[in-house]
Design a protein around this ligand. Structure first.
Ligand code: KG4
Ligand code: ZN
Length: 362
């Protein structure tokens, strides 16, 4: 991305910090919501090796790893962007939702840097950072429909503006990324599960095992994945040790079932958007780590084409956790300062739980 000098407003330069799960990340972004934008640096350290022996993220290990790495990663992000603290307009850090130990590390680091430098600080909601990432990459205009599919969430929302979200539906049990991770664990494919299931599904026969499509056909926009996870468990139990071909077929079947569920629920949400906003959805945005899945992207391309809606999916590296999206969400709030922005809130607490629909009151 390039930054043109022709923005109506002088661009802001923001340092973003992300530590809510198992990625320690810092980035520098520059731009303005209605103008040009650029990612000057985007450093992500994935703690894969630390957690792999346990088959999932261990919160205490994650928090310690964030403490050890974050300073160096921030320094790296600033030097790669060729920006010192004097060249920044603000600092943004994830304040939740997420694993509380990690959130505390990033949030306190951001606040500390703000106190030491005098730069304004904005606490960022991690889900909002995912939600606004399509505005960083594709300049998508408000309002838009968003399917947020990550390790902890599965939601359909209308994004009305920075800080303003209307929930259409969410999972009543497991998040979709969680279902990928549990399936991978059951099949001994390792961690993280999503990319492992996707790789294993290549060339598999998705029709070999009959798997359910929970909630498909329901009038609302909610999701459910626990029945699908249990069905995978039953296949594994009933068929004894699965050979490589059976694993491929089961992964392909699981991925197809997930795609069908997401497509059906999103189809309902597109119709609901029209009822609520009195105009059709112009754009569907896919966000969150599961949006990195190529089969799901393709299914959504077909759906949006059929329904005459645009589709925006950030590149895979900006779908999974990163700090560029945090910097951008901070930048959007800095630009609202004086109106509805949340700038300058050094008192903001770390939050394990922080639904998007509570942002207005945060
Ligand atoms: O957004 P994210 O990086 O972290 C959270 O905020 O949760 O999402 C992580 C989730 C994990 O469950 C991971 O298995 C899943 O996204 N994921 C994928 C893929 N890449 C990551 N799921 C399916 N296919 C992928 N290629
Ligand atoms: Zn995330």
């Amino acid at each position: 991305m390039t930054l043109s000098a022709q923005t109506a407003h002088p661009p802001l330069t923001v340092l973003g910090i992300e530590t809510s799960c198992d990625e320690t990340a810092a980035a520098v972004v520059r731009g303005w919501p209605e103008g040009e934008r650029a990612i000057l640096s985007n450093i992500v350290f994935s703690q894969l090796e630390e957690h792999a022996p346990y088959g999932g993220v261990v919160p205490e290990i994650a928090a310690r790893a964030h403490i050890e790495r974050l300073d160096g990663i921030i320094a790296h992000a600033l030097s790669k962007a060729n920006v010192g603290f004097g060249g920044l307009d603000g600092i943004a850090a994830t304040a939740g939702p997420g694993l509380i130990g990690g959130v505390i590390v990033g949030l306190m680091t951001g606040k500390g840097l703000s106190a030491a430098t005098g730069l304004p600080f904005v606490p960022v909601n991690h889900l909002e950072a995912h939600a606004l990432s399509a505005r960083l990459t594709d300049k998508v205009a408000f309002p838009y429909l968003m399917l947020l599919v990550s390790g902890g969430h599965c939601q359909l929302l209308i994004v009305e503006g920075a800080g303003s979200y209307r929930l259409l539906g969410s999972t009543i049990d497991d998040a979709v990324g969680e279902a990928f991770d549990k399936t991978a664990k059951l099949l001994g494919l390792g961690y993280p599960g999503g990319p492992a299931v996707e790789a294993c599904a290549k060339g598999g026969d998705g029709a070999r095992f009959a798997l359910p499509r929970p909630m498909v056909g329901r009038a609302n926009c909610d999701f459910s994945f626990s029945g699908l996870k249990t069905a995978v468990l039953h296949v594994v139990r009933d068929h004894g040790p699965l050979d490589e071909e059976a694993k491929r077929d089961l992964c392909a079947g699981f991925q197809a079932a997930v795609s069908d569920c997401l497509v059906d629920r999103t189809r309902h949400a597109i119709a609901r958007f029209e009822e609520l906003e009195s105009a059709g959805a112009q754009t569907l945005v896919l966000a969150g780590g599961v949006a990195a899945n190529a089969a799901i992207r393709t299914a959504m391309e077909e759906l949006t084409e059929e329904m005459g809606v645009g589709l925006s999916v950030p590149p895979p590296a900006l779908c999974t956790d990163n700090a560029a999206m945090v910097g951008w969400a901070g930048l959007e709030h800095f630009s609202l300062a004086g109106s509805s922005g949340r700038m300058g809130t050094l008192a903001a607490p770390p939050r394990a739980r922080w639904p998007l629909t509570e942002l207005k009151t945060a």
